[in-house]
Design a protein around this ligand. Structure first.
Ligand code: GDP
Length: 455
């Protein structure tokens, strides 16, 4: 888990500070040293770590503990606020053009393998699904909810992907495949025209076709070189993008931050998309990018699938880093996954005490579309301390329960008591399945199903 050791250190600190009435150098000095080490282990940039520790120390030492608040909690609150500040404090949403001002242009840059082409498709789906326009469901739960804009109406925004990686025909094909999966148009042309000309033509098509957003995928390189930077500067000058986003791989730790600074100094960017945050990343990139480059992380990639893109919220990330969960993102995900009417009906059935196994199945299906079980659980406060093994065991149990319910007939799902009263009667052959109230699986078949599920 990202920043696992930092979350653990925080937990220990809270326990150590229990019973103290003032935070002093003596009682928080050791904790700060540990936090510093945990951050360096997570590959956070040294300058960022030193500044953060100095700021926390200055704010914490000598502070009287507020009555009714645990000193450890107060210390964590200071760290939480400083982490949020280091990551940019406020979320930086995608800039979009006003209606009638032509398509919003997004230029993507990055090294090979960072996840640029995947990010282009993810972003296209994000815009097409109106997530950029919709207020976050969680926003309403925040302390000062912003006024909700009117709900968007009409057909989904049209997005055009422009394939400008003129050196790798395979990259063009990859973009076409991904675009096919999300039903988004791709503009390609003769690669010998060069990236600048293809970008120009793509933009003309987008303006003519009244597209809402154009996303330009450019060529990547294994390392930064002059030719790459020159080409990017030229495409940027021709396309005049509203957003120039650098796609960086979180697994490269603080190197991601250095890269963001280098691209910003040379080409000028408006932000970064941090990919592979679902992987075995130590998390240093998330904390270093804004501080080192001065540019915000706008999105994070949390999986290979095209749906796995989340806007970046510094406060929510600070909360995750400290093992405090991220309920707001969980609320957003739930809203995306669940049909509002269906969710309301299920809630009503729970309140009325008529929630049955059919409802349970529907709900677990909805949850499975929200992401990996482990990933979702970590968004709940306190669950960060549960080991991966315990999480896997819980997931297995849920799978098994789903499998058992799947093997029940529709009648049994509505009236599980039928099974409690002496088990199932042998099927009265040759009655039709309808007469039997549904399908009776043969014992062999259900056995096989269970063992496959339990694996
Ligand atoms: P490009 O060379 O920068 O265009 O990179 P690609 O888009 O081809 O991605 C390189 C690899 O990273 C592919 O296998 C992607 O599926 C994978 N990838 C991209 N984004 C993510 C992410 O957020 N999480 C994970 N786990 N893999 C990703």
């Amino acid at each position: 888990m990202m920043f696992e050791s930092l979350a653990e250190k925080m937990d220990q600190t809270v326990r150590k500070l229990r019973g103290t009435d003032k935070m002093t150098e003596a009682n928080i000095g050791g904790a700060l040293k540990e936090v510093r080490r945990a951050m360096l282990d997570a590959d956070v940039n040294l300058r960022v770590v030193n500044q953060l520790i100095a700021d926390v120390r200055e704010r914490a030492v000598g502070q009287d503990v507020v009555a009714g608040v645990e000193p450890g909690q107060q210390f964590i609150k200071i760290i939480y606020e400083e982490l949020t500040r280091v990551m940019g404090k406020d979320a930086a949403p995608l800039s979009t053009r006003a209606a009638g001002a032509g398509p919003t242009v997004v230029l993507l840059a990055g090294l090979q393998g960072a996840g640029k082409t995947t990010a282009a498709a993810k972003l296209a789906l994000y815009v097409k699904s109106r997530k950029a326009e919709k207020p976050s469901a969680a926003a309403a739960l925040e302390a000062n909810p912003p006024p909700a804009p009117p709900a968007p109406t009409g057909p989904p925004p049209k997005v055009l992907l422009v394939a400008c990686d003129v050196y790798r025909p395979a990259a063009v094909e990859q973009l076409q495949t991904l675009a096919g999966m999300i039903d988004v148009d791709v503009f390609t042309d003769d690669l010998s025209l060069g990236a600048v000309e293809i970008a120009r033509r793509g933009l003309a098509v987008a303006t003519e076709g009244k597209y809402h957003t154009v996303i330009i995928d450019t060529a990547g390189r294994q390392v930064i070189n002059d030719k790459l930077m020159r080409e990017l500067r030229d495409v940027k000058a021709a396309a005049k993008p509203d957003e120039t986003l650098l796609v960086v791989d979180a697994m490269t730790g603080q190197e991601a931050a250095n890269l963001t600074r280098a691209f910003n100094d040379d080409v000028g960017i408006t932000g970064a998309i941090l990919t592979k945050l679902d992987g075995d990343t130590r998390g240093g990139a998330a904390l270093s990018v804004q501080s080192v480059s001065g540019k915000p992380i706008k999105f994070v990639g949390t999986g290979e699938k095209v749906e796995r893109l989340e806007p970046f919220f510094p406060e929510r990330m600070a909360s995750r880093i400290l093992g405090m969960g991220d309920v707001l993102t969980l609320v957003d995900k739930a809203e995306e996954a669940m049909d509002a009417k269906e969710a309301e009906a299920l809630t009503k059935r729970m309140v009325d005490n008529t929630f049955d196994f059919e409802d349970f199945l529907k709900q677990s299906k909805m949850i499975s579309t929200m992401g990996s079980f482990g990933g979702l659980m970590k968004m709940l406060p306190g669950v960060g301390s549960i080991s991966g093994q315990q999480m896997a065991a819980a997931e297995q149990k849920l799978k098994l329960a789903t499998c058992l319910i799947n093997s029940m007939t529709p009648t049994e799902r509505k009236q599980p008591d039928l099974l409690a009263s002496g088990g199932r009667p042998p099927p009265a052959s040759p009655a039709s399945p309808a007469a039997r109230g549904g399908r009776w699986p043969t014992p062999r078949r259900s056995c096989r199903t269970f063992s496959a599920c339990a694996r």
